[in-house]
Design a protein around this ligand. Structure first.
Ligand SMILES: CC(C)(COP(=O)(O)OP(=O)(O)OC[C@H]1O[C@@H](n2cnc3c(N)ncnc32)[C@H](O)[C@@H]1OP(=O)(O)O)[C@@H](O)C(=O)NCCC(=O)NCCS
Length: 316
């Protein structure tokens, strides 16, 4: 049991293959100007043979190496994903086997694009309750597997990648680095975003999702800050799910964030990577030094379900 937890280290992985808007315009009726102005994406990374488990493992290896822990220290592995094609074994056990993590609790969690914050919340709870000492939390997606590359309304939006965090308990008297999770959903709107059936493709009612994201979410993001006892103006950075720069800008405005708060816009070069987008963007901000160690960062995921979840974390 511990009074609180923190993120010890992070890591990320993206495939090397870059697909630009012009590349897509060569095969479907779209163009760079439409994609940039409506969604904010310039390019995305698409897996070239890597599976969800491969990308999750590569991101986790980096997080583990940066944490100073070894595989022997990890006793819980959780992977947020909505695009893994294999039902069983789950991705978490595959990652554990590849990294030599012995006998961990290992589960996948699917709340689509809000998945990383849900998984981080469950890991925080497990460590606090004494069910785990050190947890490996991953968001990993290969959305290219569930994308209809002939459908311009979805093919331009998504990308592949993974991000990972090592979560551990804090010492007595030390400030927790992971704030209380706020999580929830709007199940009555669930059909607005679907990956259904066998050999499925992503389908969505884009405007329903857009309206919901730009109207319903800012109050929940604010409530997440309140739960952590922090004002939005005191944040060093905001890392929302990377679905659309217009959605991000709308939430930023409603939170009243000033230019001093770093806002993740990894979508420009990565597209929407669903459950991977928040840990990918956070890991990059840490790697680039844009957000200092100990700085408070609001994570906020949202998407299929329709689900949402967020928490304020301190940068490792
Ligand atoms: C998907 C989204 C970018 C579409 O933008 P939009 O402004 O709603 O665009 P619309 O669907 O109304 O389409 C507008 C026009 O652009 C066209 N269009 C759609 N996709 C296009 C593309 N890739 N290239 C060029 N034109 C396109 C449409 O056919 C339509 O043409 P029309 O006016 O002649 O009928 C936007 O709705 C969105 O971001 N929604 C949220 C989706 C999301 O974030 N999902 C993931 C959540 S995790």
């Amino acid at each position: 049991m511990t009074a609180g937890t923190r993120i010890l280290a992070m890591g990320h992985y993206q495939p090397s293959r870059v697909v630009t808007n012009d590349d897509l315009a060569a095969t479907i009726d779209t163009n760079d100007e439409w994609i940039k102005s409506r969604v904010g994406i310039a390019e995305r990374r698409i897996a070239d043979g890597e599976s969800v488990a491969d990308m999750a493992t590569f991101a986790a290896e980096k997080a583990l190496a940066a944490s100073g822990l070894t595989a022997a220290d990890i006793d819980l592995v959780t992977v947020a994903t909505c695009s893994s094609v294999d039902r069983c074994p789950n991705v978490a056990t595959r990652v554990a086997a590849r990294l030599g993590i012995n006998a961990p609790a290992a589960y996948d969690l699917n709340t689509a694009c809000s998945g990383f914050s849900y998984a981080l919340g469950t890991a925080d709870h497990a460590v606090r309750a004494g069910a785990s000492r050190n947890a490996l939390v991953i968001g990993a997606e290969k959305l290219s597997d569930v994308t209809d590359w002939t459908n311009r309304t979805t093919a331009v939006l998504f990308g592949d990648g993974a991000g990972a965090a090592i979560v551990t308990g804090v010492a007595d008297g030390e400030q927790p680095g992971i704030g209380p999770v706020l999580w929830g959903s709007a199940p009555e709107k669930g059909d607005a975003l679907r990956i259904e059936g066998w050999q499925p493709y992503i389908e969505q009612d884009g405007q329903t999702v857009f309206r919901w994201a730009t109207t319903a979410l800012a109050p929940f993001a604010l409530e997440t800050c309140e739960k952590a006892g922090i004002k939005p103006s005191e944040l060093a950075a905001f890392v929302p799910h990377q679905a659309n720069t217009r959605i991000i800008d709308g939430i930023v405005k409603r939170l009243g964030l000033g230019p001093e708060v770093v806002v993740a816009k990894d979508i420009i070069h990565s597209g929407n990577t669903s459950a991977a987008s928040v840990p990918l963007a956070l890991s990059k901000l840490i790697e680039s030094g844009e957000v200092a160690s100990g700085a408070p960062v609001l994570l906020f995921g949202f998407g299929g379900g329709l689900t949402y979840a967020g928490q304020v974390v301190r940068c490792p």
